[in-house]
Ligand binder design. Structure first.
Ligand code: PEP
Length: 249
């Protein structure tokens, strides 16, 4: 399976900076001499259209960082999944820990978003992960198992979505899980998914949390890792491109 390198720009940048970054990645891809992974960039809502206009027709896809499950209505400040499709998005991040923490998103809401995205032809990237306390108390697999069963709809096809394992304590902290810990969790998710749907082990699995150019190869070489979700470093053109070039398939 071709790997995925996904950049979550979070609430960063101006329109000019977002356009410059997108144009920079487009130039890199045009000059690339090796097979590339799937590349997805997720800018802030206001810049989705201008980033999409730059990347349109190139292999780089655009994703959003969240989406409301209802098609339209009185949801001030929200952006619907169908509006995201309308402006060219192919992916949407769902259940990021920052949404769960700062917006109290529940598993029921996350599941609705996933259902709505799949129905609209947008591929959700579901983020799951344990807290530092969960890990210290040996509850990692229990927490991850619970997230898998409560966040996911009862039926979907393996290619409908992507799962990103992001230990909360590794996001933006510089702390990293050991390679064997990542493999253990991803292997466990694959096993859980195969009991959940036919072909569940084929759902692409990403790692995310403090990835940079120096540590990316150690994750991209792991058998269960189908790609990376990159936050902070995805705003750095050269370093993110080094991560793209570290992809192994
Ligand atoms: C993220 O927020 O999804 C993330 C992985 O962030 P960072 O790479 O900055 O840790």
């Amino acid at each position: 399976m071709q790997q995925y390198i996904i950049g979550n720009w979070k609430m960063n940048g101006t329109k000019a900076e977002s356009q410059k970054l997108a144009a920079g990645f487009l130039k890199r891809i045009q000059e690339a001499t090796r097979p590339l992974p799937h590349i997805v960039l997720c800018p802030s809502y206001p810049y989705l259209t201008s980033v999409f206009e730059i990347l349109k027709g190139s292999p780089i896809e655009v994703g959003a960082q969240d989406g409301h499950p209802e098609k339209s209505g009185s949801f001030t400040g929200d952006v619907s999944i169908s509006q995201l499709v309308d402006v060219g998005c192919k992916y949407v991040i769902v259940g990021h820990s920052e949404r769960r923490n700062f917006h109290q998103e529940s598993s029921a809401l996350i599941r609705k978003k996933i259902e709505s995205a799949i129905k609209a032809g947008l591929r959700p990237i579901l983020c799951i992960g344990e807290t530092e306390k969960d890990r210290e108390t040996g509850k990692t697999l229990e927490v991850i198992g619970h997230q898998v069963t409560s966040d996911l709809p009862s039926s979907f096809m393996p290619h409908d979505l992507i799962i990103a394992y992001e230990p909360l304590w590794a996001i933006g902290t510089g702390k990293l899980p050991k390679q064997e810990e990542v493999e253990e969790v991803l292997g466990f998710i694959k096993h859980e998914l195969s009991t959940h749907i036919a072909g569940g082990a084929l759902v692409p699995m990403l790692y995310g949390g403090s990835v940079n150019a120096a540590n990316a190869p150690s994750f991209l070489n792991l058998p269960h890792v189908d790609g990376l979700l990159v936050g902070g470093v995805s705003l750095k053109l050269d370093e993110f491109w080094e991560i793209v070039n570290a992809s192994t398939r």
